[in-house]
Write a protein that binds this ligand. Structure first.
Ligand SMILES: [Zn+2]
Ligand SMILES: [Zn+2]
Length: 308
């Protein structure tokens, strides 16, 4: 199809045109402001309709699968057989017991009202191999803190696998302490599209009302670890202020072991911005040490060297 941006008059809107083509593809035709408005309205409606149930459930399934959530076995797994977990134990029903020790069903209804992280990842992805252990540690710390506070708040993560085969999915999901959508489930494709996931790992955070809080969960975990919870604007405002205060005490320039140039402290306002840390390969934003000669950039906490 040969369709050039229609009535975009300035640079700003033609950039939007490019973004439009990227986001909506042929749907964006004929690339006019009216069409953009229409598509944005559709998006807004989609957001308004968004609930945890309609994101994760479908006609055939109202549960997630879990390998390792003892105590959360769904009673529905025993209904068909007229069994309960209790009498399965009493009757030493080996079939049922071995099934539930392998894969438990977690009802999606039990997740409603919690802050939810949708974790898009695949085992073969190498940034995932760095990020996943970090996320597991943050998850455990948040859960522990919430348990101690005995509040009504709760946090859960759902694994949305982009793995290409069942065996990889099985072994990977087994290593995660949170439930997963079944392998190859039709919702996976829909969720990837709905949240415009362009790369993995990606962490989308939903509030207790099922609406999106942020798609930048991974970035926020890297920046603030368990302190990022519950990922709300108010919480992030507090954290940013803290970070700015901490940055005030950082040296303006440093040398980092293994890099021959001097690094300068930058922030979003002074040439910084979102970056990938050359030391730990994770994303960062706001404050960084940057080499003004070659662009090498690292998190302030990743600096290994002597301040000048
Ligand atoms: Zn780093
Ligand atoms: Zn350099």
């Amino acid at each position: 199809m040969h369709a050039l941006p229609g009535d975009f008059s300035d640079d700003e809107t033609s950039k939007e045109g490019v973004e439009l083509i990227y986001r909506y593809g042929a749907q964006a035709f004929p690339f006019t402001k009216e069409r953009l408005k229409e598509l944005e309205m559709k998006d807004q409606e989609k957001r308004d309709r968004q609930t945890l149930s309609n994101l994760l459930m479908n006609h055939d399934r109202d549960y997630l699968l879990s390998h390792s959530m003892p105590g959360q076995v769904s009673p529905s797994s025993f209904k068909k057989e007229g069994q309960t977990l209790c009498n399965a134990f009493i009757n030493h029903d080996k079939d049922i017991l071995s099934v539930c020790s392998m894969l438990d069903q977690v009802p999606i209804a039990s997740l409603i009202g919690k802050t939810i992280g949708l974790y898009f990842c695949a085992e073969g992805c190498s940034p995932g191999q760095i990020f996943t252990p970090k996320l597991i540690s943050v998850y455990k710390k948040v859960k522990e803190a919430l348990f101690e506070n005995m509040g009504i708040e709760d946090f859960e993560i759902v694994f949305i696998s982009t793995d290409h085969d069942q065996t990889t999915f099985d072994s990977y999901s087994k290593s995660l302490p949170w439930p997963a959508l079944p392998f190859g489930d039709p919702n996976i494709k829909n969720l990837t599209k709905h949240f415009d996931v362009r790369g993995v790992p990606s962490l989308v955070i939903l509030g207790p009302d099922g609406k999106t809080i942020t798609k930048q969960g991974r970035n926020l975990i890297n920046l603030y670890q368990e302190n990022a919870y519950p990922f709300t604007e108010a919480k992030l405002g507090v954290l940013e202020k803290q970070m700015d205060e901490e940055a005030e005490s950082l040296p303006r320039s440093v040398f980092h072991k293994g890099h021959r140039h001097e690094l300068t402290l930058v922030s979003e306002g002074t040439g910084g911005g979102p970056f990938v840390c050359c030391n730990c390969c994770e994303q960062g934003s706001v404050w960084a040490y940057q080499c003004l000669e070659c662009g090498f950039e690292i998190h302030p906490r990743c600096v290994d060297g002597i301040a000048t």
